[in-house]
Design a protein around this ligand. Structure first.
Ligand SMILES: Nc1nc2c(ncn2[C@@H]2O[C@H](COP(=O)(O)OP(=O)(O)OP(=O)(O)O)[C@@H](O)[C@H]2O)c(=O)[nH]1
Ligand SMILES: [Mg+2]
Length: 325
């Protein structure tokens, strides 16, 4: 029997595993999905534990628990800060962190949603990262796997290696859990010929050559979505984050559907996003005279069109196909 101090998975969860090579934007995506900068993000090998984030409706704050390599509870903290999560993540004794709180989701989070952030397994300076990532892939009963591709570094040897492993491991599943998030789209420069349509086509070819038939591909700007959600929650943004958000809002006003147009996903997923966008546009028309409302409406639209809305709609779609028991 499990001792109560060991990590447990409540019944009726819908588990979403997030995997990718280092720095593709996994933790940024998780932070954007929960609407809070709780996980540490940096341009180097950062996530060092299996971090499990559970949605709890009505929770006022996030509670954190961390466990050792022998699955024993080390520490527990109510109303946990990003600093505390960062310290636990940096502690070599810690293998798993569980965070439970209310997700600030755009389309309304499904009940029982659990996100699993993992370390990038291609860290040459620490084999433990690969070990923890593959252990999570093995032990988590995931229904959806969000695989994050770094659009600014497509098709690296490490990425292909990881995809081949995941493809092999999932070959005997009766379902198709994969959703490919083509992240960092904001780094493409169309003036230099870095055209999104071409990137999506290249990604499609790359994935089909690896045996992923008809892959779901969602172009995304995870960090932009996170900054917009922070602004909506009236959380302070750093100067750099503020400038990037302003730039994103400017680009957004010239071509709102830039990312949505290139989504490869089931029609129901795209329909849900467009319906939500229409609803926001109608509310925007009605609230033209209220500056604050117009500003917030634009931020909501940006989140929806940044890829995050499509990712949420895809998770909902998967949940509908295979609800928790
Ligand atoms: N320009 C841009 N940068 C991004 C985006 N998403 C993430 N980043 C940046 O990419 C870097 C790595 O992001 P993380 O979220 O820490 O990546 P990760 O995949 O969790 O990395 P590991 O935990 O080390 O495996 C950070 O500097 C982020 O700010 C994006 O959509 N656009
Ligand atoms: Mg990370």
């Amino acid at each position: 029997m499990k001792s109560p101090s060991q990590p447990s998975t409540p019944r009726g969860t819908f588990d979403v595993l997030i995997m990718a090579t280092m720095s593709a934007g996994k933790s940024s995506l998780v932070n954007a999905l929960i609407g809070q900068e709780l996980l540490h993000i940096a341009n180097e090998a950062t996530t060092a534990c299996h971090i499990k984030i559970e949605h709890r409706r009505g929770a006022k704050y996030f509670t954190g628990t961390c466990y050792s390599h022998s699955n024993l509870l080390i520490n527990r903290q109510r109303n946990i800060s990003a600093k505390q999560v960062r310290d636990w993540n940096a502690d070599r004794q810690v293998r798993q962190i569980t965070l439970t709180g209310r997700f600030r989701s755009h389309l309304g989070p499904i009940s029982g949603l659990v996100l699993h952030d993992t370390p990038g397994p291609n860290n040459s300076r620490d084999d433990q990262h690969a070990q923890l990532a593959f252990e999570a892939a093995k032990s988590v009963p995931f229904k959806t796997l969000l695989y994050v591709l770094n659009a600014s570094q497509l098709g690296t040897y490490d990425d292909r290696n990881l995809l081949e492993k995941l493809q092999k491991k999932s070959a005997n599943r009766g379902d198709n859990p994969f959703c490919f998030v083509l992240n960092k789209i904001d780094l493409l420069d169309p003036e230099k010929g870095e055209d999104l349509a071409e990137y999506v086509a290249k990604t499609q070819l790359y994935l089909s050559n690896l045996g992923f038939d008809n892959p779901v591909i969602i172009p995304s700007m995870a960090s932009t979505a996170l900054y917009a959600k922070k602004a909506l929650a009236h959380e302070p943004l750093s100067r750099a984050q503020h400038m990037k958000l302003q730039q994103a809002l400017e680009d957004f006003s010239t071509n709102k559907n830039a990312l949505l147009e290139h989504v490869k996903a089931p029609p129901q997923v795209k329909k849900r996003v467009f319906q939500n966008l229409k609803r926001l546009e109608n509310a925007h028309e009605a609230g033209r005279s209220d500056y604050q409302m117009t500003k917030e409406n634009k931020l909501h639209q940006l989140v929806l069109c940044s890829g995050l809305g499509t990712i949420e709609a895809f998770i909902k779609h998967q949940h509908k196909l295979s609800p928790p028991v």
